[in-house]
Design a protein around this ligand. Structure first.
Ligand code: HPA
Ligand code: ZN
Length: 341
């Protein structure tokens, strides 16, 4: 019988994607299509000129382009089309559940109504399980380089309009904007019965991870890779099995690590940390979850068991209901059996 090497398709197990910014799924082709639909003059002549800008030196250099490109998102339909394009691509790469972050302040601050952006994304998520086999929920992320008053104001508006959000997150420029700046915001979210997550330890120090846990009461840490600089913190994260939503290709493209070969993910797994693999902003960082797995496997030779563990971590760390989790854990077990055979 002819044997085949492991294909890209089987490199990635079925997963829950827990760290995904919907605005970061805006592909260059869609930027041009939406600009044309909305009569917007882009500052780039063509796709090549735009793509040439995807060379980042740090988080801020990426954020500058990420926020600028949002100008093409104008109508509810634009947000729905963006979300559906992500769901179709993610489903093809093995994503079975997704917790989508969006940045409402980034839209409201440029004159887009909160209803427009939230309803547009939410309308596509409503049918995601039926259309794509991907269960989903929505998380409103707040920009940490803006004031806590602004975040509180937008959160109150979201609550008043009964927006279908399951939780809140904290993103954008990390260094100099510690979690401690947002204690009131997270207390209000807790009161409102919302889940709470925050980016910490991407570019910022390990102390921001402690702050997110102890001052904000977060249930998950987005990124968290710099925890590896503090062994006391690692011991605590292992003991409490705090989920860390790691994004390897993002970390390489934003130069949080030098190369994928230097990425701490294998060491984090070996330490017993509750890590998962996620894409962050796949249109900007060179790949979706399956691409992250394929490139990790190429460099680190993660075993099928390692990959199944990353996948089951993602499912267990999600905010999906218990029945959905059980269904997806069974799929992961089946995948492991087939991949390991
Ligand atoms: N880090 C912080 N903020 C972000 C990111 C990220 O990787 N992507 C979108 N907003
Ligand atoms: Zn992120």
């Amino acid at each position: 019988m002819e044997t085949f090497g492991e294909s890209t398709a089987t490199a990635a197990p079925p997963v829950a994607e827990l760290h995904l910014h919907i605005e970061g799924t805006l592909q260059p082709e869609l930027i041009f299509a939406l600009a044309e639909r909305n009569g917007i003059q882009l500052p780039y002549a063509d796709l090549d000129e735009l793509r040439a800008l995807y060379e980042f030196t740090d988080l801020q250099s990426f954020l500058n382009l990420y926020y600028a490109n949002m100008a093409v998102l104008q109508t509810e339909q634009d947000f729905a089309d963006l979300t559906r394009a992500y769901l179709a691509r993610a489903a093809a790469g093995g994503v079975r559940h997704v917790e989508v972050m969006m940045d409402p302040q980034a839209h409201v601050s440029r004159g887009i109504a909160l209803e427009t952006c939230v309803n547009g994304v939410a309308s596509a998520l409503t049918t995601s399980e039926e259309e794509f086999g991907v269960s989903s929920l929505l998380i409103a992320a707040f920009l940490r380089d803006m004031s806590e008053e602004s975040a509180l104001d937008v959160l109150e508006q979201l609550l008043a309009m009964d927006a279908p959000i399951a939780g809140i997150g904290l993103d954008s420029a990390e260094v100099g904007n510690p979690p401690s700046k947002f204690e009131r915001l997270y207390r209000r979210a807790e009161e409102a019965g919302l889940h709470r997550i925050a980016h910490a330890g991407e570019e910022g120090p390990a102390s921001y991870v402690y702050e997110a846990l102890d001052l904000l009461g977060v249930e998950r840490i987005d990124h968290g890779i710099r925890c590896m600089e503090d062994s006391v913190l690692v011991d605590r994260l292992v003991a409490e099995q705090i989920p860390l939503t790691v994004c390897p290709l993002s970390n390489v493209r934003l130069r949080a690590v030098d190369t994928l070969a230097d990425h701490p993910l294998p060491a984090m797994l070996a330490a017993g940390l509750n890590v998962s693999v996620n894409s962050d902003d796949p249109a900007y960082f060179g790949g979706y979850v399956d691409d992250n797995f394929a490139q990790l496997v190429a460099v680190h030779e993660l075993s099928a068991r390692d990959r199944a563990r990353l996948a089951s971590n993602s499912v267990r760390s999600s905010f999906a209901g218990e029945a959905r989790k059980a269904e997806l854990l069974a799929e992961v077990a089946e995948w492991e059996k087939a991949a390991g055979a």
